[in-house]
Design a protein around this ligand. Structure first.
Ligand code: JB2
Length: 237
């Protein structure tokens, strides 16, 4: 994917590295870790963030430019040939149902705004026998083992583990330190809270939530919220 994106040359002692431009959609807390991961990977130069209500803290901490809101950015790329547009990644995070992430991705897809980048922090391990979808983000310390599949726009957050043959659905979020056991499934849009455990071969349904620190030892229905050890259903979304 990266080769088809607009590139930039970065001088590195002794070598020239070709990087691609990256635009981060959303400029709040999650965007900070996405930007750090992209920069650390040596694959991307961050052109800026797109956000109608950006956090000043993100811009001050990381020195990124604001490119405007979605309408302004989409208008600005309309006349640029597709192969000269920057890569895109969602910087919108969120806890629970990924409503904002889904609607932002749909808006950019409908406008044909560019290709979705896959961002992997260099301190993460992703098996060559794993598959990452477009827009997926794998953060520092995370492990994605052989045979695993991480769907489009999914987040594998800091220190999370996606064991062999596990499946992380589109827009799903494996929170910091959460563990998805071998052959387990986290459905589309589902959320695994910080430090939770999802047992091998267990399926968490689409848009379900596994609470922070929970141990999901049995399948979780779609849309359900479970918590505790072992995890019990505490609600629906
Ligand atoms: O449709 C959108 C859109 N919707 C929200 N388009 C664009 N371009 N931006 C959008 N945003 C922006 O995402 C908001 O204006 C806001 O600036 C940003 C979300 O930032 P916030 O700091 O509120 O949340 P976050 O999603 O970055 O972080 C949450 O989720 C992370 C996973 C926090 O709870 C973090 O603590 C957590 N680590």
């Amino acid at each position: 994917m990266a080769a088809a994106l607009a590139t930039t040359q970065a001088a590195v002692p002794g070598v020239r590295v070709t990087r691609c431009w990256l635009v981060v959609i959303g400029g709040g807390e999650h965007a900070r870790v996405v930007i750090d991961a992209a920069r650390a990977s040596d694959a991307w130069d961050v052109l800026g963030i797109v956000d109608g209500d950006p956090s000043d803290r993100t811009r001050m901490l990381l020195g990124v430019d604001l490119l405007g809101d979605d309408v302004a950015y989409l208008a600005s790329v309309a006349g640029i040939p597709p192969d000269r547009r920057a890569g895109l990644v969602l910087g919108i995070g969120g806890i629970g149902v990924p409503v904002a992430r889904r609607s932002a991705a749909a808006r950019y897809d409908a406008a044909g705004a560019g290709q979705w980048a896959t961002i992997v922090h260099p301190a993460a391990w992703v098996s060559p026998a794993a598959v990452l979808g477009p827009g997926a983000v794998v953060l520092a310390g995370a492990v994605v083992n052989a045979g695993a599949e991480v769907g489009a726009h999914a987040i594998v957050n800091t220190n999370a583990v996606v064991e062999h043959d596990a499946v992380v659905g589109a827009f799903a979020h494996v929170g910091p330190g959460a563990v998805l056991g071998g052959g387990a499934t986290l459905g589309d849009g589902a959320f695994a809270g910080m430090g939770c455990l999802i047992r091998d071969h267990v399926t968490v349904g689409p848009d379900a939530v596994v609470g922070m620190g929970a141990a999901a030892t049995a399948d979780v229905p779609s849309g359900a919220t479970v918590a505790g050890v072992p995890a019990r259903r505490i609600g629906a979304r």
